[in-house]
Design a binder for this molecule. Structure first.
Ligand SMILES: Cc1cc2nc3c(=O)[nH]c(=O)nc-3n(C[C@H](O)[C@H](O)[C@H](O)COP(=O)(O)OP(=O)(O)OC[C@H]3O[C@@H](n4cnc5c(N)ncnc54)[C@H](O)[C@@H]3O)c2cc1C
Length: 383
């Protein structure tokens, strides 16, 4: 049996974990369910300063600085077009597909073997290691198995068949990339508009394009038909009575992204067994409203590698969980709060517009989110 760690999932956590484990001196193999071609263009996401700094530990920060744009602050606007507050959110915003692509390419360049079309179906732990079984009938043997297989993680289920299901958050997501439209605002600033019936966010790329997303409310978990009903026409109607450039942006978007539902995982009680462990969304998916999902996945990867450098599994897994659980669950809770504010109803919107500027000024003064953005991981510190 080889001593490699088998990493399941080639999203964000997977390739970064692979590179971190190699830096820690372990051999790795990476398995991704889909073909390389399915990366697609997809939506965009934010890498917060803490995530960028975790990438720096692995000499990966410069790689992403060529993608997307710097997004150091956000401006919060109400349905009448009034600016309520400006908040610092040190980060870089980039297309998901671009991030996946550069991380995988760099992992391969550093010697990681990536196998596509390998969907994990089962895993059998023995005293000598773990055997992964894939949907195509093949198997792989390793010393450890690391589940970086996202929100619907099979690894999570294999570790604990009673693991919680993802929680529906009451917001749908769609968006796109508008072209040839002039909108008010400064490039690189994130504008968050609390529309009267729907939340909207947009950024002006320095090249002139406008990146945007919208979060129609969905109190019930949506069916496929509900998702298909989220069309440009539906969104144009939701913003009919609001001030702001939302309708112009939607109209200038050649291909709006098909809507998807948003979920989180507030607490996954069991992260590991003797040979298997989960990282990233598999362990603690957070609402996109936190802007931290990708950054948490990257931090996990670096911390897990330090633990496996300094300890043997399963002790290494226990230390990894001790170092990570409190922080990631706090981020998930913060993301839920951010998302809940997006669909407050008319009375809630009135109260929000009244108090938000004051609250956000206090938040900025006290550095209330510094725990999130200022977190740094010291690679050289022994665990
Ligand atoms: C639309 C959207 C917007 C987002 N916006 C933000 C944002 O602004 N900021 C932010 O930080 N985060 C954001 N996120 C969250 C962020 O994308 C995730 O937190 C991040 O991708 C987590 O990385 P991961 O590697 O854990 O999971 P994923 O990126 O989901 O990767 C999991 C990988 O595992 C593969 N896989 C799944 N099952 C199997 C299996 N059985 N066998 C083999 N492979 C498997 C999948 O194909 C996938 O490639 C957003 C998410 C979405 C969906």
């Amino acid at each position: 049996m080889t001593k490699d760690a088998l990493i399941i999932g080639g999203g964000i956590a997977g390739p970064v974990t692979a590179m971190a484990l190699r830096k820690a001196g372990l051999g790795v193999r990476l398995f991704e369910a889909y073909d390389r071609g399915s990366d697609g263009i997809g939506a965009f996401l934010t890498l917060a300063e803490n995530g960028l700094e975790a990438l720096r530990v692995l000499d990966l920060r410069d790689l992403v600085m060529d993608l997307g744009m710097d997004t150091p602050e956000g401006v919060i606007v109400n349905a009448k077009g009034r600016e309520l507050a400006t908040v610092g959110q040190p980060s870089r915003t980039l297309r998901r597909g671009d991030l996946y692509g550069v991380l995988r390419d760099e992992a391969v360049r550093r010697g990681v073997v990536v196998e596509y079309g390998k969907r994990l179906t089962d895993a059998v732990v023995s005293s000598g290691g773990v055997r992964a079984e894939f949907a195509d009938g093949t198997t792989a043997d390793g010393a450890l198995l690391i589940g970086a297989d996202g929100l619907r993680s099979r690894t999570r289920q294999l570790i604990d068949p009673g693991a919680p299901r993802p929680r529906h958050l009451g917001l749908l997501n769609t968006g796109g990339f508008a072209e040839g439209v002039k909108v008010p605002g400064r490039p690189g600033v994130s504008y968050f508009v609390f529309g009267s019936r729907c939340f909207f966010g947009y950024l002006i790329h320095p090249d002139g394009g406008v990146w945007w997303f919208a979060n129609p409310a969905s109190p019930k978990e949506p069916t496929a038909a509900d998702l298909a009903a989220v069309t440009p026409a539906m969104l144009l109607d939701l913003f009919r009575n609001d001030a702001g450039p939302m309708r112009d942006i939607i109209a200038a978007t050649p291909n709006m992204l098909p809507a998807w539902n948003t979920y989180d995982l507030p607490t996954v009680p069991t992260w590991s067994n003797s040979r298997m462990v989960i990282v990233g969304d598999a362990a603690h998916a957070t609402s996109p409203s936190s802007g931290q999902g990708a950054s948490m996945a990257i931090e996990d990867a670096v911390v897990l590698a330090r633990c496996l450098r300094d300890r043997e599994a399963p002790e290494a897994f226990a230390v990894y969980e001790r170092l990570r659980r409190g922080r990631v669950e706090r981020v998930v809770a913060q993301g839920k709060r951010n998302g809940d504010g997006k669909a407050p109803g008319p009375f809630g919107a009135f109260v929000r517009d009244l108090f938000l500027p004051v609250v956000l000024r206090q938040v900025a003064k006290r550095g209330a989110l510094s725990w999130m953005f200022d977190h740094r991981i010291d690679w050289n510190e022994q665990v």
